[in-house]
Structure formats: structure tokens, C-alpha cells
Design a protein around this ligand. Sequence first.
Ligand SMILES: NC(=O)c1ccc[n+]([C@@H]2O[C@H](COP(=O)([O-])OP(=O)(O)OC[C@H]3O[C@@H](n4cnc5c(N)ncnc54)[C@H](OP(=O)(O)O)[C@@H]3O)[C@@H](O)[C@H]2O)c1
Length: 339
Amino acid sequence: MQAHSLRLNAFGLDNVALTPTEVAAPGPHEVLVELRAASLNYRDLMVVLGHYNPKMELPRTIGSDAAGTVTAVGSAVTRFKPGDRVASLFFQDWLDGPFTPTTGKSALGGPIDGAFTTARLFSEDGLIHIPTYLTDEQAATLPCAALTAWNALVEKGNLHAGQTVLVLGTGGVSLFALQIAKLHGARVIVTSSSDEKLQRARALGADDTINYRTTPAWDKAVKDLTSGLGADHVVEVGGANTCPLSASAAAFNGHIHVIGVLSGTDGPGIDPRQALVKALNIHGIYVGSRAMFARMNAAFIVGKTQPVIDRVFPLTDARAAFEHVQTGSHFGKIVLSLR
Ligand SMILES: NC(=O)c1ccc[n+]([C@@H]2O[C@H](COP(=O)([O-])OP(=O)(O)OC[C@H]3O[C@@H](n4cnc5c(N)ncnc54)[C@H](OP(=O)(O)O)[C@@H]3O)[C@@H](O)[C@H]2O)c1
């Protein structure tokens, strides 16, 4: 069958083209999925601009995550049948256990072709059933952003009720972190550059909010809000230039989940003296495994968690969707409709 795929022919937004591609019939262990929705991640923008891996092989179908419906399965497939609603795994080969040196080689829309396509073959291992209460657009937000927040707070961080979670910004990963933290009975402090976004974060359950533009010493504000103790978890999406304040805002024995680089990769980073004096736990987080995804889905089903979607763009308008990510004006996830 023929699909339409967003192909990156050379680095730069001008070089992303919707291209007809042939999809073969599934081999014995493969599953054919008609993808209905995909979501954009900051990573996808970095991939397109050549900032993620300047040596990436091109052309490449881009896209970190998507959801859709199984339309055909290979003769040896046992996990899926036609009609099943599924999402892709960001790391096609990370099923369970620890991250390994080869896990990264199976990431969609980087080392291998990605998910911004109307149909794709997957190994049956590289898919997961999606919670039935979610739309395709909502489900397409789970594989990268939601799972990263889940891995950080729950799998690595062992979050529990009564702890304080500091969430930087109101992008995709951060709003899932807010929702997951509330699901676990934690207190959540959200920072943002926008008062209007902070109000929306409160409507989602944030207990306290700080505008990091008007309060540049937001680490002190976090300590003031926590009787001087600081946050037990920091969802660190800012990178080298926010890390010093994140370490300062963290409680003794707190967890810093190192996830993103929104403020850049060149900067002061975490002062080792701060880390050791406060006995901080610093976790490098890289999305998550299929087993983690399954545990997250189970929690979302109980909590009826509703992913926050900022806007849905048609696939033909992918450039506008990328430009919207670039503005940073979004609240939550930006989605591509692949129908
Ligand atoms: N390690 C992993 O596995 C993994 C997985 C997913 C994402 N990431 C990384 O995590 C980061 C966030 O990804 P995303 O997809 O959630 O991005 P996103 O949705 O594009 O988030 C952008 C938002 O981040 C906030 N922000 C920007 N600069 C900031 C700063 N200096 N301090 C605090 N907040 C800032 C802004 O929120 P306000 O407008 O509210 O200020 C902005 O709207 C990216 O660096 C991405 O590459 C890593």
C-alpha cells in the first residue's frame, strides 16, 4: 500500500516534504498500522534543524511517536490483531530492564525511520495497546513526553504522596509530570514564563506557581513555599542554564530528573559541591521501556488522565506545527492529524 510520510531530505524546515512511500505486506513478526495521529516533541524540532544528531543519515522519515489502528498482522504475530488500537514505542527495542548501549539505536525518527507517516510496519514488539478511553490524538502524546515524565517521577524517583514536585515550564513533558504527580498525591509547584499559563496549570491541579521571568530567583521562591526545605523532585527540562537553580531548589536527598536542554547545553550545570552536600540523586532520564509504558497506562486508566493538547494540525500543515513548537507559546502537546 502507499503511505504519505514526512521525509527530512536535508537539515532545515525547508527540507521537510510530504512524500509518497510504499509499505510492504507485514512479514511474520510484523504489524501494519494505519497511523491516525502523531505528536510533536521538542526533539523532533532538534532533529529537523540538525541539532539532535548532525551526523544523522538522510533522508529519514521523522517523528518520535504516533497512534493508530492495526490493519494487518504477520503469520507469527500473537500480541495484536486487526482493529486493535496501538501506540508506537519511542525505543522500538526497549521492552523491559535497564537502558543499554544499543537501546538508543532503535529510536523512531532518528537512527531509524519515524512515525510521521500515514501507515508503517512495526515489529510486534514495538507497539503497545492504548487505553480505550483516549482518542488517537490523546494517545499519540504518550510514547515520548508522558513516558519520560512517568519514568522520571515514578520509576526512577519512587514518588510518593506528600512529596513536593517542582515542574519547570508548561510544555509536553512538564504537564504530564504535573498530572502524574497529582495522581500520586504529591504537592506540585509549576514555573512558567507566562502568568496565563500558570493559571491554566492551577486549573490542572498545580498547588503553587512561580513566573520564572518576573521571579528570576525561583529557587528561593521554591524554598519559601516549602518552609526552606526545597522540592523532593525537580523535573529538569531546562538544561545547563537552569540546572544550578534546580539544584538549589532541591531538598536534601532530593531527586533531579535530568531530561531536557531547553535553555541550552552550554552553561554552568550542576555544581558538584551542591550535589554532594545535599546528597542529591541525579537521574539521567531517556524516555522509557514498554514495561514502564504498560504501568503508566494502567495508572492513567484509573486516574482517567486527560493529556493536554494545545493544538491539532493537519499533516499537510506540518511546517506550521513545527513553527508553533518554535514559538514556545504552546501549553502541553502539539498534535498532527494523520487521517
Ligand atoms: N530525556 C528524554 O527522554 C526527553 C523526552 C522528551 C523531551 N525531552 C526534552 O525535554 C525538553 C522539553 O521537551 P518538551 O517536548 O516537553 O518541550 P516543549 O513542549 O516544547 O516545552 C516547551 C516549554 O518549556 C518551557 N521552557 C522553555 N525554556 C525554559 C526555561 N529556560 N526554563 C523553564 N522552562 C522553559 C516553556 O514553558 P513556559 O512557556 O511555560 O515558560 C516552553 O513553552 C526538551 O529539551 C526535550 O528535548 C527529553
